[in-house]
Each structure stands twice: as C-alpha cells, then as structure tokens.
Design a protein around this ligand. Sequence first.
Ligand SMILES: [Zn+2]
Ligand SMILES: [Zn+2]
Length: 352
Amino acid sequence: MTSRTSGNTCGDCIFFGERTGIVRTRNVCERPGEKLRAVEKDAAACDAYQASPRASFGLGQPRANAAGPAAVPAPAASALRPTPGRQILCDTHCHTLFSRHAYSTLEEDVRAAAAQGMELLGVTDHYSSMLFSQQTIQDWQYFLNLWAWPRRWHGVRLLRGCEADIIDLDGNIFGHDIFFDKEINGSAYRKPHSLKKMAFAQCDYVIASVHNKDFTEGASREQITRMYLRVLEDPKVLILGHVGRTGLDFDLDTVLGAVKEHGKLIEVNESSLIAQKRAGSYKRCRQIVERCAELGVSVSFGSDAHVSSLVGHHEAVDALLDEVHFPQELVACRDAATFAGVVESVIGPMAE
Ligand SMILES: [Zn+2]
Ligand SMILES: [Zn+2]
C-alpha cells in the first residue's frame, strides 16, 4: 500500500458497511496504479467510488452534508485490508450492443477497461437463441469478422470471445444443429456451414453458460454434472460462466476436477455477487470459490458488464476472494500474460 494522501479517505465514505448492505472490505479506493484516492472535503465519497457500479444499484446519490460524512463508523482497518498481492488485471467477460440487452460499443468497453487499469479485456457477446427469433447468417455475421478487431486498443490487450449458451443435457451448445447454405452476400457455400463452427472459429476462447434453464427441469444431479463434463470437452470452451448464479445442482467436486484436468477455468462473476441484485447466489458462489481453492482449480474474473461503466469493476469479487483467502496463484486474471498463457496452452495460439 502506498502512503496516504492528505484529506479524507474512504474511511469516511458514506457508502461503507451497513449503510449500503454491501460487503466492502477496504477503506481505500483502489485501482491498479492508483492506490489511494483522496475524497474532497465536502464529498461523500471519492469520485472513483461514486462512479462505481454501487451507485447504480439503488444506493442513491452520495450525500454531501454539512455535518460531514463520518456518521457511519469505519470498520477496523485490519479487517478491511485486501489479501497482499491481490490483483486482477483482466476482465474476461463483457458485452456490447451486439448482445441487444447491452448498451455500449466495443470501443467504449475497451476505453472503460483502460480507465479501470485493466491490461486485458475479453469481449464476449451472447451467442444464444436470446438474440434472434430466427437464425440467419446475416444476423450472425458479427462473429464472422472478429479478426477486424485490433489486438491492442487504448493500451489494452483485446481478446475475442463469446458467451455461448448450453442448450441441452448432452452439453450441446447453441447453433450446433444450425447450418447455413449461403454466405452473407447470398452466394452458395459448396457445403452447409455450421453456425456454431463459424461463430467459434475466430473466438480466442468461449465462456459456456446456461441462461434458459427450462431444459434442466426434472434433471438429476448426475445429468447436470454430465452436462458440464460434456461442455468441458469442447475444445474452444475455456470457462464455465456464472455456475453459482445459474443455480443448477451438480456434483461440484466432479466438475471442478474436470475443469482442473483440462486446465480450464471457473468464472467468478462480479454481476452474480452484487448484493441487491443477486441475493440468492452469494452463498453458492462462495462455496464454489472455496472448493476451487481447496482443489487447486483456477478461476477467471468476469465483470459480465452490459454497459461500459461496469467493465473492469471487481470490488465484490475481491471481497469474496479475500473472505476465503483465495490463493492468488489460482487467479488466472491476475495479469495479461497469465491469462493469455492459459488461453494459448488450453486452446492454442491466438490468431494475429
Ligand atoms: Zn446478458
Ligand atoms: Zn451470462
């Protein structure tokens, strides 16, 4: 920790502790390279925290009041320190306008990642039946031109991905049974092209998630376990997305064992941990993270941002990882070199 700046610090922040209902384990506003930010005398919190996702989850506006912001007692500083060396510099899960219920452009996400001090951003739009009621190659051409993205933008290493839907108990992924006869310009292919194959071809990695759980109704624990095991066999799938939030019952040790064996990753998802939004999933997320630590399974970090203001924010993930004393060597997103190394060792060299 660097030395304290003058003025109030977030030790006096009104967003603290019980006032917010949010587990905040730090009394400093910390961003990589920007360890401690002073709070203006009349402000309720530093500008970094006011701009953080917390402000947009029903916490109301920060109050600047004459009596000063010290009404909430600051928890003991020792309880608030992050684990020494805790560092997350890669956000591997965010969405752009292409996902339809997301609101930012690719460049806005990249700029936001840079502003949050991220070294690497993986942009992973939904690849799912959620997007279109009928599937045409014209609607999916977004994934056919990913090579157009620069590899480095605004100082951030940019990775190409998608968040693909798991659609049945056999662990099949959306589009595996959809084929197109024609190219986007209407000329005929020599043989039908698989939507899934085309969508995955230019992705550096894929996050596999369940969004619509209808197909799991009545399924046994064994069937869900087997589903995840089958998904992990897909050579492009690197990460199982938000398994805690999805809430399916599966044999944790069996699935985590397979993740480890493949050298793949379990996602720790910021969006799943936002208290007001995801009340039910915290316990399960914590249980999964604890077991990852015990079994030596590596995790990825995903903000799951659907708007650029949330890209690269990992306050809740930090809090959870700190709470369970998660080993930093199992955080695959601790820096760009580590995450890129995992991608290349599991999936293969990334395209130019
Ligand atoms: Zn979404
Ligand atoms: Zn998702």
